[in-house]
Design a protein around this ligand. Structure first.
Ligand code: ADP
Length: 480
């Protein structure tokens, strides 16, 4: 079976969040399921730089405002189509926003073009390439199933995966024509979304199958609280919606073979983590204190992630003798607040504001507890990395966090199943209580060791999820 994936980011070429991890790792795992994936990505400068000697598979005279080339080749072990459209992607900055943090004003055209190219590929644009399924990730690929549906005749099956319902790609209705959407599609039963054009909405309406990244999130998005305006459509499409928990790339995230660590280790040598803890303390200018429980955070700084609550708990954390190590970027206010917390509590709070893949690995290897207090979390990856690295995740009981971490209840501890600490509701008081509970467990070294060992033994790779995606693809393509 052949699948064309459409993604606005793919690790290791370009990444801002979990979507890139998924788009980068799933194709490799799908090979074992007999699925051959090719991924269509925008030709951002960073992608083109790594896209080696690619061949030109097609030339567009006018792709939403300028000429473009479709390049085909392999990079970082991934089979790729790269959409080289300088007028859309050839600029410094991030995939969605400029260096000043402001969203690109032409994001509608940029990602409509990506989806349009995907639909053309699905219709046989490139000779000898005929995918059975087009798999669109998030709103950036959302129009692909729509463009495919507008024409009659045979077409590939379509799947849309929701990585985060908070980002929906909503644009003015006046763009309809420019985005090559037929007037008849501007309807509730089409691309229309509260008087505007909804890219994700369109994908959810037209796709044959819909997935999201955990079973709990698949249920949460059907509710008025969690549906972010799309709950009605999602409920109507409930029979084709399923939740598949993300895996992680266990080769990239392997503590026994990780170049970013001070000391590599495995489950039989968990004690070697203490050298990484010391290295992490040094790196973030924390006191070298083996007896302080070290709390880690690796996160986008946004309201979703609940990190304002972490700031509020800093006094309690410090009073309990613990330390905090944060790596994050995003919301300016949160960035400043964490930088300030570090400045106010030298040796006890360390913050690196920015994006640093290597430091993310070292935090996982060196912290005792990784905090993930998200208000909502479709799947979450950092808690999975944490388990694999012997850091005990302390998570809000929402979405994929609820599905992947087993709370250290008395029963779970007794049966050796506990892999972390969950808390609910997502409030400062509940977070503080959970940190206290974790501290209590941490004091009991053998008990803690058991939780670490259960986490390190948990199955977090892509083999199970890949099997489920293959099943969804077969259903979308009506392949028995
Ligand atoms: P989301 O996609 O909502 O940001 P996930 O937990 O699914 O959250 O994925 C986050 C990914 O981004 C993880 O791979 C995490 O390690 C990484 N990450 C987040 N912030 C940073 C940062 N400042 N530096 C390095 N990696 C980061």
């Amino acid at each position: 079976m052949k699948v064309l994936a459409v993604a606005s980011e793919v690790f290791p070429l370009v990444k801002t969040g979990g979507l890139a991890d998924v788009a980068g790792a799933l194709p490799r795992a799908l090979v074992r399921e007999g699925v051959e994936t090719r991924t269509l990505v925008p030709g951002y400068p960073a992608v083109l730089k790594q896209a080696g000697p690619f061949e030109t598979a097609h030339r567009f005279d006018d792709l939403f405002g300028g000429p473009a080339r479709l390049l085909a080749g392999e990079a970082a072990g991934l089979a790729l189509f790269v959409l080289d459209a300088p007028h859309l992607y050839g600029r410094p900055g991030g995939p969605y926003a400029g260096p000043d943090g402001a969203e690109w004003p032409d994001n509608a055209q940029r990602f409509a073009a990506l989806s349009w190219a995907a639909a053309r590929l699905g219709r046989g644009l490139v000779e000898a390439y005929a995918p059975d399924v087009v798999h669109a990730h998030d709103w950036q690929g959302g129009l692909a199933p729509a463009y495919l549906a507008f024409e009659g005749g045979l077409r590939p099956g379509t799947v849309v995966t929701i990585h985060n319902l908070a980002h929906q790609g909503v644009f003015p209705a006046g763009l309809l024509d420019e985005l090559r959407l037929p007037p008849s599609a501007f309807a509730v039963e089409g691309v229309e979304y509260y008087g505007q054009i909804g890219f994700l909405k369109a994908g959810l309406y037209y796709a044959d199958r819909i997935t999201t990244v955990s079973p709990t999130y698949a249920r949460e998005i059907l509710t008025d609280e969690g549906g972010m305006g799309l709950q009605g459509l999602l409920r109507a499409r409930g029979s084709v919606l399923s939740g598949i928990v993300n895996g992680i790339d266990v080769e990239v995230w392997d503590p026994a073979n990780d170049p970013h660590l001070h000391v590599r280790f495995d489950a039989a040598h968990i004690e070697a983590r203490s050298a990484n803890k010391a290295a992490l303390q040094d790196r973030l200018r924390l006191d070298r204190d083996p007896d302080a429980m070290l709390l880690g955070v690796i996160s986008r700084l946004s309201w979703q992630k609940g990190l304002d609550l972490v700031l509020e708990t800093v006094p309690a954390v410090l009073a309990g003798g613990a330390q905090l190590a944060l790596l994050g970027a995003g919301d300016r206010q949160l960035e400043e607040s964490f930088a300030q917390a570090a400045a106010s509590h030298p040796g006890r709070v360390g913050a690196f504001i920015g994006y640093d893949e290597g430091l993310a690995h070292l935090i996982q290897a060196g912290c005792d507890t990784l905090l993930v207090p998200s208000r909502f979390e479709p799947c979450g990856l950092t808690q999975l990395f944490a388990m694999r690295y012997g850091a005990v995740p302390l998570v809000a009981r929402v979405g994929g966090l609820a599905d992947t971490v087993v709370d250290a209840s008395a029963a779970a501890l007794a049966s050796g199943q506990a892999t972390g600490v969950q808390f609910t509701p997502v409030t400062r008081a509940a977070l503080e209580e959970a940190i206290l509970r974790a501290a209590g467990l941490w004091q009991d070294a053998p008990l803690w060791r058991g939780i670490q060992a259960a986490g390190m033994a948990a199955t977090v790779d892509w083999s199970g999820p890949a099997r489920e995606y293959a099943r969804v693809y077969r259903a979308a393509a009506e392949i028995p």
